[in-house]
Design a protein around this ligand. Structure first.
Ligand SMILES: C[S@@+](CC[C@H](N)C(=O)[O-])C[C@H]1O[C@@H](n2cnc3c(N)ncnc32)[C@H](O)[C@@H]1O
Length: 339
């Protein structure tokens, strides 16, 4: 079983860990009143004070709409009101001065504090969204594009992505000289038909773009993935459904370094949070079965995996660095989820 050495450094690290969890909850509830609402000048001042209080980095809350309108996908691909089966594109308007998350959450500091980069546009901006019923699968929003940036930048050679959406990533890949071809796995035939009818003809890039109609889980196997130089997995809607799918993928134990996962850091935040609570319970010598029973039903699977990982381990945490490695190291978190 993992244990802690009794020393002052560990005592203060555990205290800081707990404080970071309390602080992030306080911060999130204080910005909740402003998000996705009209931000008056008075509210903007209040919000900036909150950001300062928590040392959140920001230049300005006002974003230039060019960040969207200069994006090649936004500029070149026209998505008017298109329908196919249960899937449709809908034009939505982001009203001026509406406060939005401009990216998924970002860690700040050594422990578990994190924040959402916030901002607004000074003018109304139109944004097409791909919807299946009420579910929004994809829109070329700032947060979507920013959160895919690693995947966009790392794409080279033969690229594979799982999840077609409206084809933003495939388009931005195909525009790159380093990218030779793009293959996509998509399980919704309506989304494929709609793409082939209305979007693919607008791509006009003479490179191979192949769509395979199938389930991402069936293709997440080494003999298939090995054919590609770079792989980006993006078939979830948000962190909520993302965590379950990510766990299912990790359980397949694929050890390849050329795969990235959309919003992986945000998905892993929940796992880090349970690891931290588990280690706090060990540090305080609390009964682990009671701890697992107290965990929210949605996270019980994770708590059991964490216990499986740590209970057979014969290691003693002696320093702050060792503690933080167990919480933040991606390879360790992936191993835990693979249990
Ligand atoms: C967030 S969107 C992908 C956005 C895409 N990266 C883009 O640039 O437009 C997710 C897509 O994954 C698809 N999808 C969901 N579950 C899937 C699964 N199990 N296998 C394959 N595709 C899936 C959805 O139909 C949707 O088209």
């Amino acid at each position: 079983m993992i244990t802690f050495q009794s020393n002052n450094v560990i005592d203060s690290a555990m205290k800081n860990l707990l404080l970071s969890i309390i602080k992030v909850n306080k911060y999130l509830s204080s910005i909740l009143n402003y998000n996705e609402k009209f931000l008056s000048k008075k509210n903007e001042k209040e919000l900036i004070n909150i950001l300062k209080e928590y040392n959140i980095p920001y230049d300005s809350l006002k974003y230039d709409s060019k960040i969207l309108t200069d994006n090649p996908y936004y500029k070149n691909i026209k998505l008017d009101n298109i329908h196919y089966g249960n899937v449709k594109y809908e034009k939505t308007t982001i009203k001026k001065r509406t406060l939005m998350s401009m990216n998924f959450h970002q860690p700040l500091g050594k422990y578990l504090f994190h924040y959402h980069p916030l901002g607004y546009f000074d003018t109304n901006v139109d944004l097409p969204a791909l919807k299946e019923g009420d579910k929004v699968w994809m829109s070329p929003a700032v947060s979507e594009i920013k959160s895919m940036q690693t995947g966009i930048d790392k794409g080279h050679g033969k690229c594979l992505t799982m999840g077609l959406g409206i084809g933003v990533l495939p388009y931005l890949w195909l525009l790159k000289d380093e990218v030779e071809s793009v293959t996509i796995i998509e399980f919704n035939k309506d989304i494929i038909n709609l793409f082939d009818t209305y979007i693919r003809p607008q791509f006009k890039i003479p490179k191979k773009l192949k769509i395979i109609h199938g389930d991402a889980f069936d293709y997440y196997r080494e003999d298939f993935l090995n054919q590609f130089d770079y792989i980006y997995i993006d078939f979830w809607e948000s962190t909520e459904d993302g965590l379950d799918s990510y766990i299912r993928l990790m359980e397949k134990n694929i050890d390849m370094s050329n795969i990235d996962y959309w919003i992986e850091d945000s998905i892993l935040y929940d796992v880090k949070y349970i690891v931290a609570l588990y280690l706090l319970a060990v540090y305080e010598n609390r009964n682990i079965s009671n701890f697992i029973s107290s965990v929210d039903e949605n996270f019980k699977i994770i708590a059991n995996k964490i216990n499986k990982y740590f209970r057979t381990m014969n290691e003693t945490i002696k320093t702050e660095d060792e503690l933080l490695t167990f919480i933040h190291n991606k390879e360790i978190l992936k191993k835990i989820l693979a249990m």
